[in-house]
Design a protein around this ligand. Sequence first.
Ligand code: OOB
Length: 550
Amino acid sequence: MSAEPAGERRQALGGWTPWPPELADLYRRAGYWRGETFGDLLRERAARHPDRIALVGDDRRLSYGELDQRADRLAAGLLRLGIQPGDRVVVQLPNLAAFFEVCFALFRLGALPVLALPAHRRAEITYFCEHTEAVAYVIPDRDGGFDYRELARQVRREARTLKHVLVAGEPGEYTALSSLLEGPVELPEPAAGDVAFFQLSGGSTGVPKLIPRTHDDYLYSVRASAEICALDAGSVYLAVLPVAHNFTLSSPGSLGTLYAGGRVVLSRRPSPDEAFRWIEREQVTMTALVPPLASVWLEAARTTRHDLSSLRVLQVGGAKLSSEVARRVRPTLGCTLQQVFGMAEGLVNYTRLDDPDAVTLETQGRPISPHDEIRVVDDEDRDVEGGQVGHLLTRGPYTIRGYYKADAHNAKAFTRDGFYRTGDLVRRTPSGHLIVEGRAKDQINRGGEKIAAEEVENHVLAHPAVRDAALVAMPDVHLGERSCAFLVPRGQPPPGREINAFLRERGVAPYKVPDRIEWLETLPTTSVGKVDKKALRQWIADRLAQGARG
Ligand code: OOB
């Protein structure tokens, strides 16, 4: 345990904003921050029930004892390779047991995983490597027909601090993770108040933002989430969305399940075909989906030959779930629906398992913690009347106080007294439940995948034929939203596919490539001269509605 800051090896990491001492004290006194690290957690569980299965996936079954030992041995190998406490390591692994071996090894070592998503490509990965000065990059050999070693070759050309590429699987010219398992060595103990790893923000600005999470704050959200979701040793959690995402990782996700001594099952694909097979085979009790996937599953469940009766809870979050789809969960799957409205920056809201239907079907839940401070405000940061729609601001024991190395942006994204401006528009019911009514941030929520408009606009503007660009959301029956780029050409507009090929060429993640392109002579502006995105959203929505009618 690392309860006492004295005598610990404290991290020298700069560029992040800790909580003010009086709040940190409060969170410790309340018993939220317990001085426990992720390394401690695994050690303790492995000592208690070494033979119990912790992870199942891709022909592997790892017990708690094995996971613990392999994390130690891999940490030793990483140290020998030259990876030091405090070093940053970009981890881009799909739903494989290796994800947990690598993360726990890095936690033990006090090195910091930067959790990239499998869909990220050269532009994003290079940026993460450069911004965090990462020394290593961990990838699978191939996944979903894509060769990550080829991506690593491209990243290595640009990311100067990168010394090692480590591969789960066939390493090619790189180092196989399996070759790094060595006899365990004595390791310095990281402090629980230190940054443990980086999550990625959905973002709304030009470059992706990194979210520093400490052992203390993240473990609190994991523990409290596991309690809210009633996880125990009999729980079997199926990870279908990427394991690196906050929802799948900690709400309560894989880490919550490991905390509770349950079993995590890793599905490589989110399709009902693969997931239903896992549910039947491993007697899965809980899983988490984004709304479009929930609709696909509900459809498939009507005719499946798989036995899904072990499922107790289906969580849906990441984007707004319509009450029509919500209503179909229990009759179709025979399990309880739990809505989850969370963010990688911290705050997570859940409907509780014993909430009445009206709450579960119509709201996005309420915060984890009595110490999650919630404000709903107008454009001038004044609290709105109860029940009115406003901007959601929050602060609390597991919500960050600033992004990593982003001072200028932090001044806008946080209030002076440390509330995070979520960019979400919500209404709060008298019972304290939140209903998401919209979004003020410049982001597209493409079926749970977040696209920062400005980031994509900057990439598009690098094309010589584009003078001006605005990316907006357009309604979509399947994904909720897709992206539409309004572009102003220099001279003759090129075909849209040329723009999209250009973006892929620049190494932009596929989900960020515009779903539709519209050429305009100029972009409409508001009275203060800003691009009128509201008008653009309205225009494309009307156009689509006409199309649907015609
Ligand atoms: C989760 O995390 P992120 O960081 O990918 O995205 C956060 C944003 C929120 O600010 C909100 O705009 C949107 O995603 N969102 C929802 C929602 N859940 C997230 N909007 C409406 N209804 C919901 N239920 O998406 C995330 C993190 C942890 C747990 C669950 C989701």
